[in-house]
Design a protein around this ligand. Structure first.
Ligand SMILES: *Cc1c(COP(=O)(O)O)cnc(C)c1O
Length: 358
């Protein structure tokens, strides 16, 4: 028997979520599958919406080439563009789109000898202050790019810092800065990430860029989003013991039994991507019944409270997150976000499922 930690990936759920994202703003949607599709497997995810997706977005050339090598024909946007001039010939040869987010990229692009003009998404820093051209340099950069032989079509874009916070007006301020700056430019626009798609109708635009929602996690933590979880991380109980009230378990003895406790050990730990920072009480399901994580997560194993699940036995199925246990709930309990949980999954065996035509 092999190690039972398994990441089950539902590609039909991924496809469903892409459709939800696309319908929400009724425009075109670039499926963001950077970082190996947030840990889900970029080629599998891309193939699940091949022929349907308006395009894909990844972080860098290497990620895009992996998709091209797998035969993905759709447009692919490099969200950070290029890092060095040497990447440009390959970017052109593979028909990739680039984000231009800094003046140094503009200069490199102008100095290059390219076989074909490049499709550029010109990024503005409208208030996040991470990357992007400041508003007072933006229009001039746009005009220069527009008139240069190395540049084809230009899409205007920006990225939100607080779209997941519906009580902050920062997103509206960013939209206003963006609109004021780009007034009069006739180009397509791309504003919305998942949180803006779900929470900010004012961010409606030609191109959305959904990421996390494609994987079924709502960044606004609302229950009513019509998203389906894509990853179910499961493993099995490999040991059961009775621990008397007052005794402690695991590294650091950080959990002391408040009552006589039946303790299960699950073959999943932080080396599989389960967060070590998850605290006692983090939800977990055993044989379909909700219970809690107890004690400190170790590298290969973690503890679960089986006291109220008398039928649990060696080999019982454990869901770390997925269908019953929301990744958002585990993330919150561990002081992180579902994005990080998904990206960190490794060593677990990946199994892909697709109910065709859904
Ligand atoms: C990662 C990323 C996205 C997707 O963000 P989500 O919050 O996952 O929807 C969109 N746009 C840019 C520029 C990104 O880097």
């Amino acid at each position: 028997m092999s190690r039972p930690a398994i990441a089950h990936i539902r590609l039909d759920a991924f496809r469903h979520n892409y459709r939800v994202a696309k319908q929400a703003h009724a425009g075109k949607a670039l499926a963001v599958i950077k970082a190996n599709a947030y840990g889900h497997g970029a080629v599998h995810c891309a193939k699940a919406i091949e022929g349907e997706a308006d395009g894909f977005a990844v972080a860098c050339l290497e990620e895009a080439l992996q998709l091209r090598e797998a035969g993905i024909p759709e447009p692919i946007l490099l969200l950070e563009g290029f890092f060095e001039a040497i990447e440009l010939p390959e970017i052109v040869a593979n028909d990739l789109w680039i984000v231009v987010h800094a003046q140094w990229q503009v200069e490199i692009l102008f100095a290059a000898k390219l076989a074909k003009p490049l499709h550029v998404w010109l990024k503005m820093d409208s208030g996040m202050h991470r990357v992007g051209l400041p508003p007072d340099e933006y229009v001039q950069a746009y005009e220069r790019l527009k008139n240069h032989k190395n540049v084809g079509k230009i899409v205007l874009m920006t990225h939100f810092a607080n779209a997941d916070n519906v009580s902050s007006n920062h997103t509206l301020q960013q939209i206003e800065t963006f609109q004021n700056t780009t007034q009069g430019l006739s180009a397509e626009i791309s504003l919305a990430n998942s949180a803006a798609i779900l929470g900010w109708k004012q961010a409606k635009c030609d191109w959305t860029r959904p990421g996390i929602m494609l994987y079924g996690a709502d960044p606004l933590m609302k229950a009513d989003a019509k998203l389906k979880p894509v990853m179910q991380l499961t493993s099995k109980i490999i040991s059961i013991s009775n621990v008397k009230q007052g005794e402690s378990i695991g590294y650091g003895s950080i959990f002391t039994a408040e009552r006589d406790t039946v303790v299960g050990v699950v073959a999943c730990g932080y080396a599989d991507g389960y967060p070590r920072s998850a605290v006692t009480g983090t939800p977990i399901a055993v044989d379909g019944k909700m219970t809690r994580l107890i004690g400190r997560v170790s590298m290969d194993m973690l503890f679960v409270d089986l006291t109220d699940i008398p039928n649990a036995t060696i080999g019982s199925q454990v869901e770390l997150w997925g269908n019953q246990v929301s990744a958002n709930a585990v993330a919150t309990s561990a002081g992180t976000i579902a994005y990080e949980l998904f990206c960190n999954v490794k060593r677990a065996h990946f199994q892909y499922f697709d109910a065709a035509n859904i």
